[in-house]
Structures are given as structure tokens and as C-alpha cells.
Design a protein around this ligand. Structure first.
Ligand SMILES: NC(=O)c1ccc[n+]([C@@H]2O[C@H](COP(=O)([O-])OP(=O)(O)OC[C@H]3O[C@@H](n4cnc5c(N)ncnc54)[C@H](O)[C@@H]3O)[C@@H](O)[C@H]2O)c1
Length: 265
């Protein structure tokens, strides 16, 4: 018996690095998955890899209707919904506030908050009835930037701090029927999309030399995060956990001043 046998999950941003790792882990643990992304080409690769265990849907999570369509697809294709994993996100490429004029700030805020924050509200609202029915859970991708400065610029940091507030508030509002938790990755070797409003092109998430700055002295593969999402999806393993955000930052938050880790060379 696999841990997620009988579980039906929606994963957004499923075509990207961390999302694909979540889908991979969910399917390997027995789940059926509705995999959503705005990028049709990435979804095509998912179809090739996972076949009948998943259904792919092109969707812009910043739109309410797209989130409703994802829930409808889960119910129509697999008959239930146990987990909505709101993982899609975009990045501000660490842009400093002082480098943004007011117009760029205005448009950048709207674009980034629509994808990183409003989408979580839409996901939660769209999935509410189905998750109450299944006693399911909402899992949101937070970030190192949910707790610290400099994991992004002011826009990204504010959006990921907001995500933590939503996890707490929704965990409270939805208890005892729906659990709401988050995973806060530190660094993953992905190519996060930048802001169209600022003319940013996708860029590698990992800066050169980052592995030497973290206590564990290594950058995890994107797939490494899937295990935490599987744990949180499992009623057996996480039926008692709600309102929590799990830091998976390779020790970044406890980095020392003299050297990153006590035994690091
Ligand atoms: N890579 C890191 O170091 C890192 C660290 C902390 C948190 N995160 C978070 O992890 C999550 C996944 O990012 P990733 O690193 O795998 O990057 P990624 O760019 O590889 O994956 C994100 C996916 O979301 C999709 N997406 C973007 N906008 C969308 C929209 N409007 N609707 C639907 N899909 C959309 C993209 O096409 C992409 O496939 C994000 O929430 C990100 O903020 C990443």
C-alpha cells in the first residue's frame, strides 16, 4: 500500500522545477494528479513522463476561473479532490525598491501579487467545498523569503510573507475540516520567470557560489522538496498538522558569521 493511494491532487506550476518534483513524488506514492501550468510546452513533457496518472491543464492561476476549472477537472476525471498544492510562482529577480520608478512598482506589484498571492486565495476558495467533503488539505509553496530579507526584492519578499499569513488564517478558518500548510524551499536549481511588467527574462535561481554560503554546502535537486509535500498530503503522517510552514532551506536561516557551518571549510 502506497502512502498516497486513492489521493487526488492538483499541483500548480507543475511544469517547473519544484512542481515537477512534487508531481513525480505524488505519482510514485500512488496519487492521481491534475497538473497545471501556464506553459503548454512544459505540460507536454509531463504528459510524456506520467501518462494516465495525470491530467494536464493549461491554466493561469492568477485567474479565478482557471482555479475553478482545475477543481472541476479533478472531480470530473478522478471523482474527488484531496490536495490542492498551490505552487506556481514568479520572481522579481531581487530588484531593489530604489531601482523601480512608480509606474514599474505599480505594475510589478500587481503582476507578482496576482500570481504569488491572489492565486492562493482563488485556489482555496475554488477547492473549499471539495476539500471539506474529502477532509483534504491545501499546501502552499512559501520560500526562504517568507521569513528573511534578500531572498528576493521587496515585492517577492512581501508576497512570500503574505503567503505565510494566508496559511495561518486559512488553517484557522478551515479547521477542523481542511488542513492548510506550507513548504518554504531555500534554493532550488530552477529558472524562475521574472516580471513581464519589468521586462525581465527567466533567470537561474541559483547564484554562482551559493552552495558555499549555506551550512549544508550543497544545492538540493528540485526533486528533493517533493517528500515534504507528500508528507503534508498524507492523512496518516500529517493528519495532526495544520497552520505550519516547513523550512527546507539547507540551513540558510542559521548561517554563522565567521563561516556558514561549524564544520564547513
Ligand atoms: N527556485 C528556488 O530557489 C525557490 C526558492 C524558494 C521558493 N520557490 C518557489 O517555488 C515555487 C516553484 O518555483 P520553481 O523554483 O520551481 O520555478 P519554475 O519557474 O521552475 O516553476 C514555476 C512554474 O510556475 C509556472 N507559472 C508561472 N506563472 C504561472 C501562472 N500565472 N499560472 C500558472 N503557472 C504559472 C511556470 O510556468 C513554471 O513552470 C514558486 O512559488 C517559487 O516562488 C523557489
Amino acid at each position: 500500500m502506497n502512502r498516497l493511494d486513492g489521493t487526488v491532487a492538483i499541483v500548480t506550476g507543475a511544469g517547473g522545477g519544484i512542481g515537477r518534483g512534487i508531481v513525480r513524488r505524488y505519482v510514485s506514492e500512488g496519487a492521481k494528479v491534475v497538473a497545471a501550468d501556464i506553459d503548454q510546452k512544459l505540460l507536454g513533457r509531463l504528459d510524456e513522463e506520467f501518462g494516465a496518472d495525470i491530467v494536464t491543464v493549461q491554466a493561469n492561476v492568477a485567474q479565478a476561473q482557471a482555479n475553478r476549472r482545475l477543481v472541476e477537472t479533478a472531480l470530473a476525471e478522478f471523482g474527488r479532490l484531496d490536495v490542492f498544492c498551490a505552487n506556481a510562482g514568479i520572481y522579481d529577480q531581487n530588484v531593489a525598491l530604489a531601482d523601480l520608478d512608480f509606474e514599474a512598482l505599480d505594475r510589478g506589484f500587481d503582476e507578482l501579487f496576482a500570481v504569488n498571492v491572489k492565486s492562493v486565495l482563488f485556489a482555496a476558495r475554488a477547492a473549499y467545498d471539495a476539500l471539506v467533503e474529502s477532509k483534504g488539505s491545501l499546501i502552499v509553496t512559501a520560500s526562504f523569503a517568507s521569513f528573511s530579507s534578500s531572498g528576493g526584492g521587496a515585492l517577492y519578499t512581501a508576497s512570500k510573507h503574505a503567503v505565510v499569513g494566508l496559511i495561518k488564517q486559512l488553517a484557522y478558518e478551515f479547521a477542523p475540516d481542511i488542513r492548510v500548510n506550507g513548504v518554504a524551499p531555500g534554493i532550488a536549481p530552477t529558472t524562475l520567470k521574472g516580471l513581464n511588467a519589468l521586462g525581465q527574462q527567466p533567470k537561474d535561481s541559483v547564484l554562482q557560489g551559493t552552495e558555499r554560503a549555506v551550512p549544508l554546502q550543497a544545492i538540493p535537486e528540485s526533486d528533493a522538496y517533493g517528500g515534504l509535500y507528500a508528507l503534508l498530503a498524507s492523512r496518516r503522517d500529517a493528519g495532526h498538522i495544520t497552520g505550519s510552514v516547513f523550512n527546507a532551506d539547507s540551513g540558510l536561516a542559521i548561517r554563522g558569521m565567521s563561516k556558514p557551518g561549524g564544520r564547513a571549510r
